[in-house]
Structure formats: C-alpha cells, structure tokens
Design a protein around this ligand. Structure first.
Ligand SMILES: C[S@@+](CC[C@H](N)C(=O)[O-])C[C@H]1O[C@@H](n2cnc3c(N)ncnc32)[C@H](O)[C@@H]1O
Length: 267
C-alpha cells in the first residue's frame, strides 16, 4: 500500500520573495512512499519509540529548501543599489552586447520581444535603440525597477509595455504572447532554486511563436563560476534544463565572466 507524505515546507514565503504558495513545484507537494509492513513486529521497542522509528524509517523526498535572497529588489533602495553597481559586474556589458547582436539577427520589424527580469532597463535600452521596429514587453516583479526603467526608456515609451509579474508565480505567462523572441539576463537564478528552471523554460516555450527563440543568460556554477550549486546551474545543467523543457534545439553561444548564454528554439 502507498500513502502520501506532504512536502510543502518550501511553499512558505522566503526572504525578499513576495509570493508563497504560487511557487513552481508547490503543487507537486505530495510524494508517495511505501508503507511499513504491519506484520513485522518491533519487539522490545516501547510504543512511543516505535512511533518515532516508524516516522524516521519513511523515505523522505522533501526537496531542498529555496535559497533566500540577501536583498529585496522590489524596494527602491535595493533597486537603486543594483542599478548603481550593475556596470561594475564582470562580463555583464559584453553579455548584454552579445544578446543585443543575437536579437538583431533573430528578429524582423514588427516582432514582439519579452524580457524576464527587466531591471532598470539596461538590456531593453540596447535592444530598443538597435531595433527600431520591435515591440518590447518588460516583465519584472519590482515596481521600483519599473520606475527606474520608465525613466531610462522614456524615448522609446511608445514601444514598451511594463508588466509587474513574478515569474515564480504559476500563472505569470497567462494571456501573454505570442512573442518571436524572449530574452533574459542574470535572472533565472531568481527562481531561488535551480530545480524550478525547467518549469520556467516550459512556460517560456508556451508564450513563444512557432520558430521563435529564447536567449537565456545566467551565472554558471562550473569551476571559475559561482559557488552556490543549489542556486546556480553548471553550463551542462542549463543546457539540459532547456532540453527537458521541450525546446527543439539548444545551443551555447557565449561565455562572459561568470555568465553563459544559450539560444533555444521552438520548432
Ligand atoms: C539580478 S537582476 C538582473 C537583471 C537584468 N536582467 C540585468 O541583467 O541587469 C534580477 C532582476 O530580476 C528581477 N526579479 C527577481 N525575481 C523576480 C521574479 N520572481 N519575477 C520577476 N522578476 C524578478 C529583479 O527585480 C531584477 O530586476
């Protein structure tokens, strides 16, 4: 006989996160494990200890906890601090240039682009400047980031839509799309655990037009990269997460600093 063990410890709110039960994976809170065989007697073990032994002998499939964020980017002070420090981060400028180059190659006038974790509009500015014919949707859960982005992108305001949504919420992609291109830089790890990445990528696949592309750059945890292997994926894990999500082709395009860029295509 099988019975269910609740595993929803990770659905509690985290530091800096705004949502709780809508986290990817929370709906998958129940795991099935074999019951003990009632015919096996625990001779000589007192009743209360027996209960403890029974509990500890269950196979736990509880996933590791989410990694708390040291900052809350939804606040004006933390958003401003990020804006001020961003330019000094190694590899960032190079990566933003590379994403812009690829975006130019992959899109045509009239195309629609979605950015996940659009921050104060650094990547959006480059793309809107370079591609005068595209429409841009900037998605971020931080009203403070959007405020900074509105100021930075004023010149292109006719072509930008700001969307305040969390890509950790189950329904973030509802009624969105289709887009010819989805881009994201240094934001996938904001899921706060790498196990959520395939689900995020599946949702991206769902908002892409046929033949559309996904340019995804994030920190890697290979040697020379970031140390936290719960938060950050190796380059191979990033590639696999995109493949597991159902993308037809996945290619590694560039490495800059501790960031790696992949392009994934919808068939
Ligand atoms: C580390 S910053 C990097 C941003 C930007 N793409 C860049 O390269 O400069 C992460 C961005 O993702 C946003 N973010 C974090 N968690 C998010 C979530 N759950 N949903 C939407 N945006 C989120 C933050 O507000 C911030 O703008």
């Amino acid at each position: 006989m099988l019975h269910a063990v609740r595993a929803d410890r990770n659905c509690a709110p985290d530091i800096g996160g705004g949502e709780s039960t809508d986290r990817p994976g929370c709906s998958r809170g129940a795991a099935r494990v074999p019951d003990r065989d009632p015919r096996v007697r625990q001779e000589g073990v007192p009743r209360t200890r027996r209960a403890r032994v029974r509990r500890s002998s269950r196979v736990s499939t509880t996933p590791p906890p989410d990694v708390p964020s040291p900052v809350d980017l939804r606040t004006t002070s933390d958003a401003r601090a990020w804006e001020a420090s961003a330019a000094q981060r190694p590899g960032r400028d190079e990566m933003l240039d590379r994403i812009t180059e690829e975006a130019a190659r992959l899109t045509a006038p009239g195309d629609r682009i979605l950015e996940l974790g659009s921050d104060p509009g650094f990547l959006a500015r480059r793309i809107l400047e370079r591609l005068p014919g595209v429409q841009y949707t900037a998605l971020d859960f931080s009203p403070a980031m959007h405020e900074l982005a509105r100021a930075r992108l004023q010149e292109w305001s006719q072509r930008v839509r700001f969307l305040e949504r969390s890509f950790r919420s189950a329904g973030w992609s509802d009624e969105l799309g289709p887009f010819e291109l989805v881009v994201t830089n240094q934001a996938v790890h904001e899921l706060r655990h790498k196990r959520y990445a395939p689900e995020l990528h599946r949702q991206v696949l769902g908002v892409l037009a046929r033949g559309g592309s996904y340019l995804v750059s994030d920190h890697f945890s290979d040697p020379g990269g970031k140390d936290d292997t719960e938060l950050y994926m190796t380059r191979a894990e990033q590639q696999r997460a995109l493949q597991d999500a159902g993308f037809a082709s996945v290619e590694r395009l560039a490495v800059a600093g501790t960031l790696v860029l992949h392009r994934a295509r919808r068939a």
